[in-house]
Design a protein around this ligand. Structure first.
Ligand code: PLP
Length: 432
């Protein structure tokens, strides 16, 4: 009796596709999604009681591992004081102060409940602040599912982007320009054509929704220069990378390579909630003061700054500031990546991999890709063999080749070694 299968059948009768977010359905890789019964540290157990080493961590938030005692205690304590008030609390102020301390490009921040909401609100604010309509995004970057962001490139820069979802009228995406990631020439062309109409440029600085692809330093520098020159706001979507690739987010990583570098606005989520629904967007004071109730840009939320979620986020942010935390996390992630590379080389499987902080990606070809089109050239049959081979061996990676992976502070050296050993077996299957 497969409890995952029977739960999935039950789920499909009452929830579209049996899941509340599409990638959970294993549609890309086939097979039955694992229904999680409970999780602890770097592991979770499915409905059959089978244990997995978890490299998704709720798609990033679980940077401390599941059920970290300090986080659990903070959440339990907060719950006893009430779940939600619809009135302000001290903890929201504390969390805002903490975020601004760690990400100094922001003067002010507003808390919301999901990354989608944060990105959508940031764009409304950018449009309100500039009085302009157009925005730039990049193919393969995901910024949540707001209508104006569900768009892919049209046939050329002169044509409008195309909606990637039914239910999004062409008029709603007509102001969204979709460009190729890391393509400086195209970026320059877009600013030359549309500069005065651009409200903002939004980017995943290290893209985690087309597996793991870094924006090159020259590309990032050019984005910054062009936004400044044309008066468009440069918006970093750090929902995935914030507090995940570095204590100061991806912007701190780029600031090490581009002196004085900072974005105008930042969108955050995932780790700041520690696994609870919490996200944020922030930026310079003069822009943030345009938000309601001070300004004319409306934005609101019944559960925004939720007292239990903020307790979870605060406890998580406190733990990731402990001495040695980042060095430890980086070393683990690096040893996973190095181990996978060595195992693939041993089996003669073309392979490349990259990581930053506690986030990683790997590819079944020899060179790291620079954009979405290259990522999507991955042999999906081979990826599926790898995915299911690992799953059978108790290793849970993202069930799609265009997703990044995550290591938590709770993963042990033995977990990493077991993962590399499992991968070595599966690479043998791939090399045949
Ligand atoms: C996950 C993610 C989002 C969307 O966040 P939700 O909380 O799922 O709405 C937006 N941007 C990036 C970069 C993400 O990784």
């Amino acid at each position: 009796m497969d409890n995952n299968q029977s739960l999935f059948e039950r789920a499909q009768r009452v929830i579209p596709g049996g899941v509340n977010s599409p990638v959970r359905a294993f549609k890309a890789v086939g097979g039955t999604p694992r229904f999680v019964q409970r999780a602890q540290g770097p592991y979770f157990w499915d409905a059959n009681g089978k244990q997995y080493i978890d490299y998704i961590g709720s798609w990033g938030p679980i940077i401390l591992g599941h059920g970290h005692p300090a986080v659990v205690e903070a959440v339990q304590k907060a719950m006893l004081d009430g779940f939600s008030f619809g009135a302000p609390t001290e903890r929201e102020v504390e969390l805002a102060e903490e975020i601004l301390k760690l990400v100094p490009s922001m003067d002010m921040v507003r808390l919301v409940s999901s990354g989608t909401e944060a990105a959508m609100s940031a764009i409304r604010l950018a449009r309100g602040a500039t009085g302009r309509k157009k925005l730039i995004k990049f193919e393969g970057c995901y910024h949540g599912h707001a209508d104006a962001l569900l768009v892919k490139a049209g046939s050329g820069l002169a044509t409008n982007g195309l909606a990637t979802s039914a239910g999004v009228p062409p008029e709603v995406v007509q102001h969204t320009l979709v460009l190729e990631y890391n393509n400086i020439l195209q970026l320059e062309e877009a600013f030359a054509l549309h500069g005065p109409e651009l409200a903002c440029l939004m980017i995943e600085p290290i893209a985690g929704n087309m597996n793991f692809v870094r924006a090159s330093v020259p590309f990032m520098r050019r984005c910054r220069e062009l936004c400044t020159a044309h008066g468009a706001l440069f918006v970093f979507d750090e929902v995935m990378t914030g507090f995940r690739v570095h204590l100061g987010g991806a912007q701190a990583v780029y600031a090490q390579q581009i002196p004085g570098f900072e974005p105008d606005m930042t969108v955050m989520g995932k780790v700041i909630g520690g696994g609870m629904p919490l996200a944020a967007f922030g930026g310079k004071r003069e822009v943030m003061n345009l938000l309601a109730p001070l300004g004319a840009v409306y934005q609101a939320g019944t559960l925004s700054g939720n007292p239990v979620a903020t307790a979870c986020g605060l406890a998580t942010l406190k733990e990731i500031q402990q001495p040695g935390f980042w060095a430890g996390l980086e070393a683990k992630t690096q040893s996973l990546v190095d181990g996978l590379k060595a195992a693939a080389a041993q089996a003669d499987v073309p392979f490349s991999a990259d990581c930053q902080g506690g986030m990683f990606g790997f590819f079944l070809f020899p060179d790291l890709p620079q954009n979405y089109a290259t990522v999507m050239k991955t042999d999906s049959a081979k990826f599926n063999t790898l995915f299911h081979g690992l799953l059978d061996r108790g290793i849970y990676i993202a069930p799609a080749l265009y997703e990044a992976g995550f290591v938590s502070a709770a993963h042990t050296d033995a977990d990493i070694a077991a993962t590399v050993a499992a991968a070595a077996e599966v690479f043998q299957l791939l090399s045949k």
